[in-house]
Design a protein around this ligand. Structure first.
Ligand SMILES: CC(C)(COP(=O)(O)OP(=O)(O)OC[C@H]1O[C@@H](n2cnc3c(N)ncnc32)[C@H](O)[C@@H]1OP(=O)(O)O)[C@@H](O)C(=O)NCCC(=O)NCCS
Length: 187
């Protein structure tokens, strides 16, 4: 059973990035079409490394089911046209022996990168995971993504494990996977 969740933050909230107002709110099952539209804007390199193929409706449906079950909480970033331009998810499974861990998943639309959205989403997820009484946030990334590693280190993550040929990209090529994590402190 998932424990009742009390968040410190009230959603939605708004922040300005380069003069553009971006709204952050919690994703619901009604956001399926918005996520599929965001997936349609990803470049080849992003599509190659999607952890789960969010261009597929069935995959987004499973994600929404996990939100309903309380296994995933997703913060969605939206522009003034109500288009999803990024998201951060913390996923955990209360039934497993890794129930103290939350897995973080982040994605920002190519046109909105490098203006601080990823950091805001990751910071929100750390708060949410703390409120869920999770002890540690974990992230899985391809080894050959130094800018993502850099961002995660700046956010307090440390490298935990390097797994050889652990990821298979969309084209069937194998890549090493880096597992990074950070401890959470309940506020
Ligand atoms: C990783 C990702 C979420 C970062 O989002 P973002 O909004 O661009 O990140 P931010 O603007 O908050 O930048 C965070 C840091 O990364 C750096 N950064 C971002 N993009 C970069 C790039 N292409 N090259 C070098 N550094 C980069 C920023 O300068 C910043 O560094 P700082 O903390 O020293 O200032 C985004 O690139 C993305 O969606 N990538 C594809 C999916 C992915 O790899 N997800 C991560 C796995 S969970």
């Amino acid at each position: 059973m998932n424990k009742p969740l009390t968040l410190n933050r009230t959603y939605p909230f708004e922040r300005s990035f380069g003069g553009q107002a971006i709204a952050f709110r919690l994703m619901t099952g009604k956001d399926r079409a918005r996520i599929l539209k965001l997936a349609g804007k990803l470049h080849h390199e992003d599509l190659l490394f999607l952890r789960m193929d969010i261009t597929q409706k069935a995959v987004v449906d499973t994600w929404c089911d996990n939100i309903k079950l309380g296994r995933s909480i997703t913060v969605l970033a939206e522009n003034a046209k109500n288009e999803a331009i990024g998201y951060g998810t913390v996923h955990h499974d209360e039934l497993l022996w890794t129930r103290h861990l939350g897995e973080m998943r982040l994605l920002v639309a190519p046109d909105y990168r490098s203006c601080g959205l990823g950091k805001v989403l990751a910071t929100e997820l750390a708060q949410i995971a703390g409120a869920q009484h999770l002890q540690r946030l974990v992230v899985h990334i391809p080894r050959d993504k130094p800018h993502v590693q850099h961002m995660l280190i700046r956010l307090g993550f440390n490298a935990e494990a390097l797994l050889t040929d652990w990821l298979m990209d969309r084209e069937g090529k194998l890549h090493d996977m880096l597992v990074m994590s950070r401890w959470l402190h309940e506020s």
